[in-house]
Ligand binder design. Structure first.
Ligand code: B12
Length: 294
């Protein structure tokens, strides 16, 4: 039943964008949403395949360039709209650069990856199509990005992607590299050859793989990240309240050295101690913890 709805949506959405009707396209997406199809499913299983089919029609000479361009613009607006309906997760405190390789004009797939990473809590710089290697590398370095997602649609540009990855790996500390795009869809083994840390065929898998390659799924690392954020939160609230570490220690009945270790993210703090700190800082435990996530 779910597949039937999606298939109907794909057909009517394709007709709408091919006739150049933005209003009709919007109405069909509304229909899907009203029928209970979740926005990420419409994004990935309606907009993406229709975009690929549309482009294929253009490549086969079945539709004109203006028709393809209008349809693409309509879909880009719907992508933005559906993205805004997806609930953004807590921020991860990690940065990602998403870009098409130099010489590649295709950028819709990269846009989709950027959208899904952003919804998953990454701070994303989406650079779009055809970004020169000798600009992309210094940019990534200056931004201290943890991840670079490279989109390659043209097989002829695989050597360019390989060179780009070599240059990105020279950055200290080197970002993790995720690769994807039409050039690899038929031959995923090529992705390993270019030296990327991982390849995934679609944006939904990309967000999981991005977390894996950046070590976020590692329990010990997660605890370390959480403790650093909690320490930052305690530090911020202490400053707002105008307390010294000693004053906070006295009010919360904890040791000053303990407070210092908490603020530096070095203390595997107990819930009891979090409760004492929250009380002394006149915030709820939730506020202290939510503060820790941002
Ligand atoms: C539309 C289109 C164009 C448009 C692009 C406009 C635009 N705004 O992007 C225009 C007209 C510019 C174009 C031009 C050309 N194109 Co073209 N194009 C397409 C087409 C039909 C659709 C591309 C698209 O938008 N797909 C929609 C997105 C959503 O799909 P996607 O890019 O595959 O992305 C998905 C995944 O791959 C993944 N993904 C993408 N990037 C990344 C990155 C990461 C990190 C991850 C994890 C995942 C990921 O996520 C997406 C969603 O699932 C494809 C066919 C196809 N099957 O894709 C050909 C295609 C890519 N084009 C092709 C060719 C040959 C060309 C031209 C050389 C044609 C020509 N002779 O001029 C030029 C090259 C221009 C250039 N220098 O880049 C070939 C490439 C063949 C190859 N393997 O080398 C393809 C595959 C068509 C074909 N079967 O021959 N094209």
């Amino acid at each position: 039943m779910g597949n039937e709805i999606l298939s109907k949506l794909r057909h009517s959405y394709a007709d709408a964008v091919l006739s150049g009707s933005s209003e009709e396209a919007s109405r069909i997406i509304d229909q899907g949403l009203a029928g209970g199809v979740i926005p990420s499913k419409i994004y990935l299983e309606v907009l993406m395949p229709v975009q690929i089919e549309l482009g294929a029609k253009w490549h086969r000479g079945e539709i004109s360039i203006p028709q393809e361009h209008i349809a693409t613009q309509i879909t880009l607006r719907q992508m933005a709209r559906l993205k805004s309906l997806l609930k953004t997760r807590l921020r991860l405190g990690l940065k990602a650069v998403v870009s098409s390789v130099e010489g590649d004009q295709h950028f819709i797939g990269a846009q989709a990856v950027a959208d899904f990473l952003s919804v998953d809590g990454w701070e994303v710089d989406f650079l779009g199509a055809d970004v020169p290697t000798d600009h992309l590398v210094p940019y990534t370095k200056a931004r201290q990005s943890h991840l670079v997602c490279v989109s390659v649609s043209l097989t002829s540009l695989i050597p360019v992607a390989e060179k780009l990855i070599q240059e990105l790996k020279k950055i200290d500390p080197a970002p993790k590299i995720l690769i994807g795009g039409a050039a690899f869809v038929l031959n995923p083994a090529l992705a390993e050859k270019v030296g990327a840390d991982a390849y995934t065929p679609d944006p939904q898998q990309a967000v999981v793989t991005a977390r894996q390659v950046c070590g976020l799924m590692n329990a010990e690392n997660q605890l370390g990240v959480f403790l650093r954020k909690l320490g930052h939160s305690v530090h911020e609230y202490r400053k707002i309240r105008g307390f010294s570490q000693q004053e906070l220690a006295t009010t919360s009945d904890l040791d000053r050295a303990y407070i210092s270790a908490v603020e530096h993210g070095k203390q595997n703090i107990s819930i009891g101690a979090i409760s004492k700190l929250a009380k002394a800082l006149h915030v709820s435990i939730e506020e202290l913890l939510i503060g820790a996530e941002y």
